[in-house]
Design a protein around this ligand. Sequence first.
Ligand code: G16
Length: 553
Amino acid sequence: MTIHMLPTQPFDGQRPGTSGLRKKVTVFQQPHYLENFVQSLFDVLGGLEATGQVGQALHGKTLVLGGDGRFHNRAAVQTILKLAAANGVAKVLLGQGGLMSTPAASAVIRARQAFGGIILSASHNPGGADGDFGIKYNASNGGPANETLTEAMYARTQVLTQLRLSDAPDLDIDTLGTRQLEQMQVQVIDPVADYAAVMRGLFDFELLRGLLKRGFTLRVDAMHAIGGPYAKAILEGELGAPAGSVVNATPLEDFGGLHPDPNPVNAQNLIDNMADAHAPDFGAAMDGDADRNMIVGRNFVVSPSDSLALMTAHAKLIPGYQNGLLGVARSMPTSAAVDRVAKALGLPCFETPTGWKFFGNLLDAGRATLCGEESYGTGSSHVREKDGLWAILFWLNLQAATGQSVETLVREHWRTYGRNYYSRHDYEGIDVEVAQGLMRDLRAALPALPGQTFGARTVRLADDFAYTDPVDGSVSRAQGVRLLMHDGARVIFRLSGTGTEGATLRVYLECYESDPARHDIPAQQALADLVALADQVAGIRARTGMATPSVIT
Ligand code: G16
């Protein structure tokens, strides 16, 4: 085995987006593409670009490594191990088969006090040879690298000239145990065990066993993704749900050709099953890397924003949160349903930019306990990622503790706090120039909007959201255009930071209804005037040539 110094040349476009670097598999398969990104990460982590000392700061350090098992996962693991060994990493904790869900990676980093971890995933994006691949770095708190670090990595990719790579043969990554690669130890671990231990400490497993024993039925759709083994081990293995309660439970490299995105559009099969006369009591789905969740009752889909609000309202019923919450946080486009609960409970409530990384400081500083996003993500301080199976267990525990169904819980919540009607309209695959032009012109139009009336709504405030992190004071600007109405309704525009083809415009729509007699209006109907307003202000149809959004959730 020899460590080689190989010359390389920078690639354009290796700036991490909302959650790491996501590109087509074919892009990652280019010679040195993955190598360059990982070498840049190691150079920054190791302080090379500052000190010129190869591997000094990585010496003695342990990294966690694993991915969601999508196409290219196994090849990428071997490459990263050879780079890590050549860059002075002391030890890698590798998920068996190179697999690890994103929340499990966060749990393992924290439980085993690793220096950080590399997660291979493009999350909810489609997989397979023609699909997407992704990579991101999580720091020692278990959370996604902050913007300072991702920007430093990106800067390094632009000037990189050399790779350090071992020529060792591929390692056995499937058998548990420890092996050697150059000076580096590789320990193949079962991350399901680490993760299950965290869940046991938060939820009332005894109560859940009783619930399932009494015949409560569930359907958890793992969407052929990495959440399957975790859900099977915990829900079926440990809690006694009947075999087959977790469906599509075997991770596949192409997710069975499906789109592993747990929303009513892509998880149509679950929605259909939950609308059936013989539907189970509870349904849920997770995404490609098992950090997202969708919660479904019998013929009743819970909006992610409502899910966060309900969790906040009932947190004390769950053992892990029985002493109450320190605070809550939501991303800016997420509905303000949770704000109402926080206000009633006297809890601090933070509004952050889109991206789980922005919750990290709040969680680390003990200022928030629960966090959530409209993009089907909820989580808590137990790890530093959103967590799909955690959300499922939370809802199960909530139903067991209250004896109420998903629908009853949500309707009761609306009666108490009012309903925040909510929807997101995605315009996918837009020409990048067109999308950027739309946002640029929208930003230019902002000063003239306050005071303007559109039907029954008057614009109170129009701005481009900027966030000052209350913990470290860092400022993130241009995080999305907000139109706030006098009556609390909102229309928000931003471009997705996770797509890999063209640009995706996201339009987030929200209005509030306090009258229980008006809580049963179809969401699209309740929001129809805001949809028209969005088009009037931004010229979406004219600019994109799209008469309707490609996805409505
Ligand atoms: C990622 C981020 C989330 C974000 C979502 C959508 O989720 O971690 O914080 O809400 O992308 O981001 P965008 O609107 O920029 O596409 P995931 O599950 O894809 O890692």
